[in-house]
Design a protein around this ligand. Sequence first.
Ligand code: C2E
Ligand code: MG
Ligand code: MG
Length: 730
Amino acid sequence: MVERDTELRQTPPAGGYRILLVDDEAANLQLLERALHRDFQTETFLSADAALTALDKGASFDLALVDQRMPGMLGIDFLSRVRKTHPRMMRLLLTAYTETEDLIAAINCGEVYRYIVKPWSPNSLHVEINQALKQYELEHQRDQLLEELARANNALRSTNVTLDEQVRSRTRKLADTIDTLHAVYERFALAIRGANDGLWDWDIVSNTIDFSSRWKSMLGYEIDEVGNDPSDWLDRIHPDDRELFDAKLKAHSKGTDAQLLVEHRMLHKDGEYRWVLCRGVALRDREGQPLRLAGSQTDLTEHGFLDRLTGLPTRSVFLDRLAITIERARRRTDRFFAVLSVDVDRFKVINKLHGRPIGDLVLKEIAKRIKRTFRLADTVGHFGADHFAVLLDEIADVSDSLRAVERMRATVECPVDVDGCPISIDLSVGIAVSTSGYERASDMLADAETARRQAQGKGGRCSMIFDEEVNTRSVAQLQLDQELREALVRDEFRVFFQPVVSLATERVVGMEALIRWQHPTRGLVPPMDFIPLAEKTGFISEIDNWVMFEACRRTKELQESTGIPLTVSVNVSGRVLHQHVLIDKVEGALRQSGLEASRLTLEITETALIEDVGASQLLLSEIKRLGIRLALDDFGTGYSSLGYLNRFPVDIIKVDRSFVSNMENERHTVKIVQSIVTLANSLGKDVTAEGVETQEHLVLLRDMGCQLAQGFYFSKPIPIEALRKKLLDL
Ligand code: C2E
Ligand code: MG
Ligand code: MG
């Protein structure tokens, strides 16, 4: 908008207003001139033509006062012509007639401003002329204003175009900025809200940084003790972390990294270094060049990032540091590092025996001891409970990490004295070494933890280095476990039956139920390929339960269809033996199938019995009470203590296949089998020989007094239908 003084003043041109006077009567002209010449510049013309000629020649006037009645041209016509050539001139008419229609029309359409009625007095003439000039001045100023307005409008229009363009581009930039700010906000909202962070804002163009007072106080400084120069920041970064910091800064500036995220140490006013987490995001121009960088600094030693009890970094901080180490090592191939996962053996027992407060004290002491073992550059983390981890920052090779573990054991594994009561401390340690080329911190820590669990599996106080092969095996086991569970649901298990033959009559008197897995792609899977895992995971109880029901049901059917009173032996895993539900399950299977208890034999290995002699004795007598028979399976492979034989109420001893097959070549094996048979018989127990494959086996065993036998010589384990056929054919 153009500012201007709007007050209108009559400002006559130098020498006064110029007035054109036209009248065909000289006397009138003289009178007019006389009345006006003192105040105005006047020029007189005796005819309209003469006046027009002067005007054509360039004479200029501010006002024309013309007589209406002139020969040749009426005053109105003259003024109407003048209006066209000199539109701004004020036009006044002198007339004796006041009410002619022409005159009114002329005034109405603006050709004449005013008319002065003859005879005029000098006073009224002055009043009229002055008013007209005032109007003239107003119009003049109005025109000037309009011109100015037009100019301003033009200027405005072109400014608008530029403005439009500017507004559009600014809007675009603003939208970009808002997007970036949103991203920044999202990334930092959490950190800033929760963690009482220090903030910084780096203007790249002027290369100055604003630090919030919290940023400064985090490092022990008052507001005015830190300047605005980048060096106020960068010079306080630990020399060992500077390279990484610069690299990270560059990577984000160039746009390679989506954000600046780097953990490093900052020099505190007290001369010590503090671990901080620096996060930032650049605001960029349209070309992607950073204009400013803004972000936060989190004090990692503050609440939330350190374990409350021990003051050690928590899992997330540990992982952050590990990520930094992995990153750093990517550029330095000569650098190795290792992660130790450390667990306190039987810590739960310590907690239970001595209570939580004592447990906490012990953990604190252990934390202190572990920390003492390692260098400052190493990171000791505490992930809650009795889980610790160590990041060995720089090691020469794998053996270095083992030596470090030994050092740790020497320091940590001494009894902790609590109120005069020594509590012994043992550690299980898993080690993952960077030579495996880890990309992700979580992978490396997970591997160390896997190795630690393996160490614990070995009974504790043990260290294991993570082994890819071992791990693959455990992954495979996990898969197998899953498959087994699905197999049960999909009804992929089968029970095969191997006949048990009386050596005296060589007739089938019973059979052993043996599980098979009809795998959709692998075919018939033998039990040794999945029973050991099922025993480890506990899924064996499901399997054994299923076999128990299936075997009883099938045997009852077979009895009925053949008319032969057969017995069936079912294997019971040591894992299932001491479960309270076993008796219920067995009773259930008998009830549901209608098989008499005396027709069922449970096969149990001696190892399983000996693990808990007292409980076994109780359980076995329970089973006996139901009228079920018991067999001691694989006899000779475990403790092989004949002394145990009379301690358990077993009915049958099953001599392991390895003895039978060795009888042919080894005289002393024959003697062992002979003594087993003799002893068992003297205790009133029957003996079943497993793995009878030849006629010689059969003869030898029968001569020893062995009652029963099973083996490929008679039949392999076969489906029930095949067995039925065999029985009916006999
Ligand atoms: P086991 O109870 O000692 O069963 C005898 C094993 O010896 C069977 O192997 C059988 O096929 C095999 N065998 C029998 N006669 C001969 C022979 O003349 N020569 C040879 N070389 N082998 C013979 P299988 O069926 O592979 O079962 C292996 C083991 O798996 C069983 O040993 C038993 O400990 C376990 N098992 C089988 N089924 C079950 C079950 O349902 N539950 C549990 N807990 N374990 C089972
Ligand atoms: Mg068996
Ligand atoms: Mg056996």
